[in-house]
Design a protein around this ligand. Structure first.
Ligand SMILES: [Zn+2]
Ligand SMILES: [Zn+2]
Length: 423
């Protein structure tokens, strides 16, 4: 028996309606904010992610699916959505469009991560990128869009946390300060933190190990060491969020994992359980496009794991959405009748109706059980008589009421006039 790889999921027919709902809500939310969809390849040059996300990050060091193809090119499966979107922005001439350029994607993300609930090695993200605008109002727009997505999808208990981690002007001095503070504590912190100290010092603030907590508590905080430009920006973001009635709390330990962030970083959490689960988040990355070879261009966006959203919806007790049933199930009696049954099904489908037939000969009660399984609104029954006269018998699956000697034309009209609203 083959099994699916660790950290991947099958999405079965009965799970599709809930999945489609989450995806279409993301698409609809993005459209309401004027974001255009972008799809990028499943794999990119490895160098794009290394350059974009940054060496020393967990993602690049431990989590990418990287391989050499048969031509010797070094490639990496899409391990986050922003670097590919920025690559496309530069390559496909989007720089010449009026700013800001607003993009969104719903796409699969591949990370060799320790599989946990709602966190898969292949998962899906709804992400946005707003490119070319430095004003804090742009940060706020992306935050509002993500908050709006959570509301539209029906999540009730969601909280926003916010921080600023400075920019190229003030961050280097802060990182030096942080390292100076940590250096005497290096034998007290966890092994991971010793690595972070060398490779990605901001992540020191993000450590979840118990032994590191007292040290983090006393560490200098990024938001207390911002240059005046970053401080003004951070204040503007907070002022606009307040004006919009979007609640938030400041979290001076929030840094996010990827290397490209500058200034604003934010995360949304599900607040229902005791343990806070991050639902999604983002921030500003004003240096990324330049890092990838473009001219200096500010940008801000978010990424939101959709499996985590689905899981939280289920935990909040949302009813599982049922797949829509079919319009008609065509039963036949005998192989003579089958030919007419297949013609009927074909013509009804041409009218856009959902119709299922029985491929082999079965007794009528067995076929009616199939009709129930498919949650058909009607069963059409074709016996010898119907086949000879090209008529149909129609039975309502809800009321069991039966009508005989109907023409295909009248059955078509009846089915079309009673199509329920799409779910
Ligand atoms: Zn630690
Ligand atoms: Zn600054």
């Amino acid at each position: 028996m083959y099994r699916r790889p660790t950290g991947t999921e099958d999405l079965l027919p009965n799970q599709q309606p809930a999945w489609r709902f989450v995806v279409s809500t993301a698409e609809d939310t993005a459209a309401r904010f004027g974001y255009g969809r972008i799809d990028t390849p499943t794999f990119e040059e490895t160098a794009l992610f290394v350059r974009g996300v940054g060496e020393g990050t967990d993602l690049i060091e431990q989590e990418t699916y990287t391989f050499e193809d048969r031509g010797g090119s070094k490639l990496t499966l899409r391990s986050e959505g922003t670097a590919p979107a920025m690559r496309a922005y530069l390559q496909d001439g989007l720089q010449s469009a009026p700013t800001p350029v607003r993009l969104y994607y719903v796409t699969s993300i591949f990370r060799y991560d320790r599989p946990q609930r709602g966190r898969l090695r292949e998962h899906h993200q709804f992400g946005s990128e707003a490119i070319g605008e430095a004003d804090g109002a742009m940060d706020v727009e992306t935050i509002s869009m993500l908050a709006s997505f959570y509301r539209n999808v029906g999540l009730r208990s969601v909280a926003l946390q916010l921080n600023s981690i400075g920019d190229a002007l003030c961050r280097p001095a802060y990182v030096e300060l942080l390292k100076r503070y940590y250096r005497p504590h290096l034998d007290e912190v966890c092994t991971n933190c010793r690595v972070r100290f060398e490779k990605n010092p901001l992540r020191l603030l993000d450590c979840k190990e118990d032994r590191c907590q007292p040290i983090i508590a006393q560490a200098p905080k990024p938001a207390e060491h911002l240059c005046s430009g970053c401080r003004d920006h951070f204040e503007r973001v907070q002022r606009l969020l307040t004006a919009l009635g979007q609640p938030f709390t400041l979290n001076d330990r929030l840094v996010r994992g990827l290397g490209y962030y500058t200034r604003t970083v934010y995360e949304f959490y599900g607040t229902r359980e005791g343990a806070q689960a991050a639902l999604g988040g983002g921030g500003r990355y004003d240096g990324l496009i330049e890092e990838l070879g473009g001219k200096s261009t500010p940008a801000v966006g978010f990424g939101c794991g959709l499996e985590r959203v689905l899981l939280t919806l289920r935990e909040e007790g949302h009813e599982t959405m049922a797949a829509p049933g079919i319009d008609a199930y065509v039963c036949h009696v005998g192989s003579e009748a089958q030919s007419w049954a297949l013609q009927v099904a074909g013509r009804l489908r041409d009218h856009g109706l959902r119709v299922v037939t029985t491929p082999s000969d079965r007794r009528v009660p067995a076929q009616l059980r199939q009709a129930e399984h498919y949650r058909a609104r009607y069963a059409l029954i074709v016996g010898e008589e119907e086949a000879r006269t090209h008529t149909l018998s129609l039975r309502s699956m809800a009321t069991r009421e039966e009508r005989r000697n109907l023409s295909l034309e009248s059955v078509t009209q009846l089915l079309l006039s009673s199509v329920p609203d799409p779910q």
